[in-house]
Design a protein around this ligand. Structure first.
Ligand SMILES: Cc1ncc(COP(=O)(O)O)c(C=O)c1O
Length: 403
């Protein structure tokens, strides 16, 4: 302890550079702050969490109980149990038009882990990763952890936050190893039109970069848009990595189950990494996942219909507030309103705005800055209609527009 005297404990510990380079997910930080208010008895309208407010469907829960009763509680193969890898390939083919074999599939501890493993397997010091902004908060930190550099490509409200292939191409340099695309997007809800997505793939193929497609929200798109995977494009597989998740589609956030689909040598590298870290995803969760892949999909349609109703209400409610503009999200369950007209010397940025909104009105939102989208906030509408109404009332009052 002598060394720690007169120094902060953190300084004395001397963490590894790779950990010093990253920070705690800002969405987690907002959730923690909201929890503090709740612990003091405040009635917080929590628009922070990016998780379905629906329970995991019964047939999936029953499969987990059965797995427990049958003592399927031991280590599994590192890339996951064989029937699940097979079932993921079949489900992805049926739902999203791909053609993967089990050797091209690994089961991971959530979709986040699929992205993390892919980034850590491919990105070395000095490599560049092109990411449209606003982006999911974790991409830049994962790239930093691996020693790489994120090159953001700005997208705009007027284009529905859709990146264009030309912009991606302009950001590519000889150091670019990967492009990460998330459609439907967290935080903007943007869904990339199929021809634009194909053009982005073409850019990646011509420049010899990986296209990592994060399909976490694949089954939540509105209107005419159907679930779509870039892996359905013929001859795409050599350059494409699919990161998939059970979390949102099947309301299974806590089970921690996801997958990666990629050329088998890359799956081999990811398996090596996984074998030296988590060993395998939880056995019981894998049996639940097997049921999710093979069982009925009715619950997904029910959730989508409810999200669609909430989306309509929240977009209308936000647009009714003077000085707030809001693009209608095409997918996922977030809105990303522009609040920059309300920034002033007391509230100079979206971080300060989110802080004051929580303190004064007990409404939790995530500052846009965290997603590379300053001047905005992210609101998750994965919460009940009644809480949405209450939240809208408070946000409107906060901006001086309502009772
Ligand atoms: C864009 C995106 N990708 C991946 C994930 C990770 O999901 P999980 O690790 O729960 O499967 C999330 C979670 O919020 C997300 O928003």
């Amino acid at each position: 302890m002598g060394q720690a005297t007169g120094m902060k404990l953190e300084e004395a510990i001397h963490f590894a550079d790779r950990v010093n380079r990253i920070s705690v997910s800002p969405t987690m930080a907002v959730m923690q702050e909201a929890e503090r208010f709740k612990a003091r008895g405040a009635d917080v309208v929590d628009f922070g969490p990016g998780e379905p407010d629906f329970p995991t469907p019964d047939h999936i829960k029953r499969a987990a109980i059965k797995a427990l009763e049958e003592n399927r509680t031991k280590y599994t193969a590192t890339p996951g149990i064989a029937p699940l890898r097979q079932a993921i390939c079949e489900w992805h083919a049926a739902q999203l038009g791909s053609s993967y074999e089990p050797a091209e599939c690994i089961v991971t501890v959530g979709g986040k882990h699929a992205v993390f493993n892919s980034v850590c397997s491919l990105i070395s010091a000095g490599d560049e990763v092109v990411v449209p902004a606003p982006y999911w908060v974790s991409y830049p930190d994962m790239v930093k952890y691996a020693g790489g550099k994120t090159v953001p490509v700005a997208t705009h409200e007027k284009d529905g936050f859709c990146p264009r292939a030309e912009q991606i191409e302009n950001a590519i340099t000889p150091r670019t190893r990967m492009v990460i695309i998330n459609s439907p997007s967290n935080p903007t809800g943007a869904v990339i039109p199929r021809d634009e997505f194909a053009a982005i793939l073409d850019v990646c193929q011509r420049h010899g970069c990986w296209l990592l497609s994060d399909e976490c929200y694949s089954h939540f798109s509105y209107g005419d848009a159907r679930p779509y995977s870039i892996a359905s494009v013929p001859d795409s597989k050599d350059r494409v990595i699919i990161a998939g998740s059970f979390s949102k589609t099947f309301a299974m956030t806590g089970w921690r189950l996801g997958y990666a689909l990629a050329p088998s040598p890359l799956i081999g590298a990811i398996t090596k990494l996984q074998s030296q870290s988590v060993s395998n995803p939880t056995s019981i969760a894998q049996y639940a996942g097997l049921e999710a892949m093979r069982g009925p999909m009715d619950s997904v349609a029910v959730m989508l219909a409810e999200y669609a109703r909430r989306r309509q209400r929240i977009v209308a409610g936000l647009r009714a507030i003077p000085g707030v503009t809001c693009t209608a999200p095409q997918g996922a369950f977030y809105v990303f309103p522009n609040v920059s007209a309300h920034l002033n010397s007391d509230m100079p940025n979206d971080m300060a705005l989110a802080k004051q909104l929580l303190e004064r009105e007990h409404v939790a939102v995530v500052p846009g800055e965290a997603f590379g989208g300053p001047g905005h906030v992210r609101i998750s509408y994965a919460t009940s209609m009644e809480r949405i109404e209450e939240g809208l009332r408070r946000i409107s009052r906060f901006f001086g527009g309502g009772k």
